[in-house]
Design a protein. Structure first.
Length: 179
């Protein structure tokens, strides 16, 4: 299986991978804002090298898998400094196998990633977002009160993450005025 950007339904699927390797040997403190967001919650597009916060599980043939490996190997060689094509292909095979392991879900399942730096290493946590069951007594329009449910992974303690929305908007916390 493969996964692609759910925000571009009319475009051909862009194959996405975890992409954590992009941040190997980089100090997160020195990353620009967009890079920090990508590190925290992005899937890497193999063709575009762009980032998506969600990916959709879809079917893929063996021919498509081989094409993705070949394309990723070229990117690893040309853009990420792989020493030669043999090393790039081996790394691409490993990355594609890891991505395929994330796709052990029904087609159209949304995937999300959360990364953190723990003890100097990147830790990835993956979540699935699945449609809720329909409510029996609701009409067709309201059968799904919420689009998705979130399922916690048992035994996986996560660091608390807080987002300061007012700070991101540049709003004074006391007066509510924008800066």
């Amino acid at each position: 299986m493969r996964f692609h950007d759910p925000c571009k339904p009319t475009a051909a699927p862009c194959r996405y991978r975890s992409g954590a390797f992009v941040f190997w040997n980089q100090d997160p403190v020195t990353l620009a804002q967009k890079q920090r967001v990508a590190l925290r919650s992005g899937f890497l597009g193999i063709d575009s090298l762009g980032w998506s916060t969600l990916a959709i599980v879809t079917e893929a043939t063996e021919v498509e898998r081989r094409a993705v490996v070949a394309r990723l190997a070229v990117q690893l060689l040309e853009r990420f400094g792989a020493p030669d094509m043999e090393a790039a292909r081996a790394a691409a095979e490993e990355e594609v196998a890891f991505a395929a392991s994330l796709c052990d879900h029904p087609a159209q399942t949304l995937l999300a990633v959360q990364r953190s730096i723990e003890d100097g290493e990147v830790r990835e946590r993956f979540r699935t977002l699945k449609p809720r069951e329909a409510t029996a007594d609701a009409d067709r329009l309201h059968a799904h009160a919420r689009a998705f449910t979130f399922h916690e992974v048992e035994g996986d303690d996560e660091p608390a993450e807080e987002v300061d929305l007012l700070g991101l908007m540049g709003t004074n916390r006391v007066t509510g005025d924008r800066r």
